[in-house]
Design a protein around this ligand. Structure first.
Ligand SMILES: [Zn+2]
Ligand SMILES: [Zn+2]
Length: 331
């Protein structure tokens, strides 16, 4: 099933939904499976976040919890940005099997759904960006209807889309992942990696540095709360960076660069640059655009850890507008 034909407006009159493109599944067992996993994963993270905030107030948070939070946040931010996004979705660079295992592990440890699901959703996002078929646009809902309310659109793009009755057909969008034994190993074992990221690694470091008390603080604050915080931060590229910020390139979608998001996502907030040149491994096009993920990839290339790094910036920049526009995009 791929397309819903008609629905009824609040006044009872029939209204025709826009035609959704191929590869969008509406309703059925695949959507139910997606929703079960979303509810289970986010339910655990919501509960962990509440417990972490209570623990922080009642027991306090010290340098151990803060250090483990910072280290794990940095590792998983790089995992989602460089591993999941630039390597697995866009194939911006290549690497041998050992490094592929490393990138798949830290991508899955970002706790944002399976590699397969993330890759499929993100490729669909690029193909239909801010149009019917985009899974998480602030301007269109999951069924292809335009948002009238900017607030509803932002809430959908910032996470509401994970709860809608539509999902991506990965036979259509992620055949390469389905055929990749390393990536699929991590897809099948994703809950183990979620556990490593959210519970076992922060807990073990906390126990080693400060005993049982620090272990509990690290599991709650540096593990479960940090996983949820990273989801909120990563989602800024889908919400803020399709609504507010500056546009260096007049692409057809509403993507923007936003500099605060860029800092806390290690470069992913340079989203207008990215939509213009989606395969680039390094997406900074000005001195004030700090792409830490891209710099680390370039450093790894120098060390021989990755290769065939896709450098499109130099050949495209001559054609680009010299200065960004500063007006926010309209919906
Ligand atoms: Zn985008
Ligand atoms: Zn992308």
């Amino acid at each position: 099933m791929s397309v819903a034909d008609a629905e009824f407006a609040p006044d009872g009159s029939p209204s025709i939904r826009p035609q959704l493109p191929p590869g969008v599944i509406v309703g059925g067992p695949a959507v139910q499976a997606k929703l079960r996993e979303t509810y289970l994963l986010l339910g655990i993270l919501y509960a962990g976040t509440v417990a972490a905030l209570i623990w922080a107030v009642v027991q306090g948070i010290g340098w151990i919890e803060l250090s483990v939070f910072a280290g794990m946040f940095a590792l998983t931010t790089f995992g989602i940005g460089a591993g999941m996004h630039r390597l697995l979705v866009h194939r911006s660079f290549r690497c041998g099997p050992v490094m592929r295992v490393f990138f798949c592990a830290i991508a899955q440890m970002a706790v944002q759904g399976s590699i397969l699901k993330w890759v499929g959703n993100h490729r669909r996002h690029h193909l239909y960006a801010d149009d019917a078929g985009d899974p998480h646009s602030p301007h269109y809902d999951g069924f292809g209807a335009p948002y009238v309310s900017a607030l509803k659109g932002m809430l959908h793009a910032h996470g509401g889309w994970a709860f809608d009755q539509a999902t991506t057909d990965n036979e259509h969008y992620a055949k390469d992942i389905l055929a990749d034994p390393i990536a699929m190993f991590f897809v099948r074992t994703r809950w183990f990696w979620y556990g490593m990221s959210g519970v076992f690694i922060p807990g073990a470091i906390g126990y080693a540095l400060g005993g049982v008390h620090a272990m509990i603080g690290c599991v709650l604050f540096s593990g479960l709360f940090r996983c949820y915080a990273l989801i909120l931060v990563s989602s800024l590229t889908g919400s803020v960076c399709h609504s507010y910020g500056y546009r260096r390139y007049e692409v057809e979608d509403a993507s923007t660069n936003e500099l605060v998001t860029t800092i806390i996502t290690f470069g992913e907030g340079l989203h207008n640059n990215h939509h213009r040149f989606p395969r680039d491994a390094y997406i900074s096009h000005a001195w004030y655009e700090f792409d830490l993920n891209g710099l680390i990839i370039l450093g790894m290339e120098k060390l021989g850890l990755v290769h065939d790094v896709f450098h499109a910036s130099s050949r495209h920049l001559a054609d680009a507008a010299p200065e960004p526009q500063t007006t926010p995009t309209a919906g």
